[in-house]
Write a protein that binds this ligand. Structure first.
Ligand SMILES: NC(=O)C1=CN([C@@H]2O[C@H](COP(=O)(O)OP(=O)(O)OC[C@H]3O[C@@H](n4cnc5c(N)ncnc54)[C@H](OP(=O)(O)O)[C@@H]3O)[C@@H](O)[C@H]2O)C=CC1
Ligand SMILES: CC(C)(CO)C(=O)C(=O)O
Length: 308
């Protein structure tokens, strides 16, 4: 029976800090956070605050030679993924399990291309409303990590991760069809993240203003239509299933894209509307809502740069 005793994590933002704090409580220094010198100094100077607790992690510089970890977790943004893969590569051995908590539908394939690792479990996290302010992260709900083997089997990797999550008190769900689950989350992000960034609206606005959520759903419909061309077969029921998830998030919570917009960071629009529009063109599916969101969000990013 496989056991996960050592974990390396890259990306200590909202998601990395939230789940990393749980793992550190269990593993202590057997959880290693990979980061460059500037980040490590920043994290060490104040500690990493997660809700009301302060964490001092075991840090390691990128590309340091090290024994492979049992599990490597990616929790960076999509545009940062390629660099993160290079920087954490020395932690990945032939038997290392890899988990990518990034949103979108491309990170697992990108990691596979770069590492050829055969132990990548597909995953996403849902129902978490973590908001980060520099080195401080606050959440009211930690949600759960949905994951699975892409061949839909209960492999020893899947079971080893289940034991780790049980021990660390991280809620999880082993998905029957993880690719469908990831696409459903992609659909939700395409709707809620992008419209929230444009409206600068926290979850409460979408919970209480039907017109705002209708707009988000109009972007989601385009993902449903495309999914049917790529064999994923999302339906309107997948959209309905996300409504209670939205209503469980803190009304003051903000999507990761709204947080990026407010902090003047580049957003993940390329991996949401950018991907939807490209797939729409490929499969001849009209994507008028995402076409506009793609343009508006890119313009907003330029305006932010202009004012910096
Ligand atoms: N926030 C949320 O509620 C949710 C987010 N997600 C997804 O999870 C992913 C992560 O999002 P989130 O946590 O919000 O993003 P954040 O921007 O809060 O965190 C990303 C972190 O990665 C760090 N980082 C980037 N590159 C490197 C590197 N090479 N080495 C070490 N650290 C690095 C950044 O450091 P620095 O700040 O110094 O650049 C930052 O702390 C995204 O794909 C997002 O869509 C999924 C579900 C919910
Ligand atoms: C679902 C949601 C909106 C919060 O968990 C998210 O994935 C994000 O903020 O990126």
């Amino acid at each position: 029976m496989r056991r996960i005793n050592s974990v390396s994590l890259i990306g200590l933002g909202a998601i990395g800090a939230a789940y990393g704090s749980k793992l550190q409580n269990l593993l202590g220094d057997s959880l290693t956070v990979v980061a460059n010198k500037e980040r490590i100094e920043r994290y060490q100077s104040t500690g990493l605050k997660v809700n009301d607790d302060v964490f001092y992690f075991n840090y390691q510089l990128p590309k340091t030679s090290t024994a492979p970890a049992d599990l490597v977790i990616f929790a960076v943004k999509n545009a940062e993924l390629n660099q993160a893969i290079e920087e954490v590569k020395s932690h990945i051995g032939p038997n290392t399990i890899i988990l990518s908590l990034l949103n979108g539908i491309s990170s697992e394939e990108d990691i596979y291309e770069a590492t050829k690792n055969e132990h990548i479990l597909y995953s996403m996290c849902v129902g978490i409303d973590a908001v980060r302010n520099n080195t401080s992260t606050r959440y009211s709900s930690l949600g759960k990590i949905c994951y699975g083997d892409k061949n839909q089997c209960l492999s020893s990797d899947v079971l080893a991760l289940k034991d780790l999550f049980d021990d660390a008190h991280i809620a999880y769900e082993i998905a029957d069809n993880i690719w469908h689950t990831i696409w459903a989350k992609f659909m939700f992000n395409v709707g809620i993240n992008q419209t929230s960034a444009v409206l600068r609206a926290p979850y409460g606005i979408f919970q209480n203003t039907p017109l705002a959520y209708e707009w988000a759903e109009s972007a989601m419909y385009e993902v449903v239509a495309i999914s049917q061309k790529v064999g994923v077969q999302l339906t309107e029921e997948d959209m309905t299933l996300y409504r209670p998830i939205l209503h469980n998030l803190s009304p003051n919570g903000k999507t990761s894209m709204l947080q990026d917009m407010e902090a003047g960071r580049k957003t993940e629009v390329e991996y949401f509307a950018g991907k939807v529009c490209a797939l729409g063109r490929k499969f001849n599916v009209p994507t008028p809502v995402n076409d506009q969101l793609y343009k508006v969000i890119q313009i907003m990013e330029e305006i932010t740069k202009y004012h910096k």
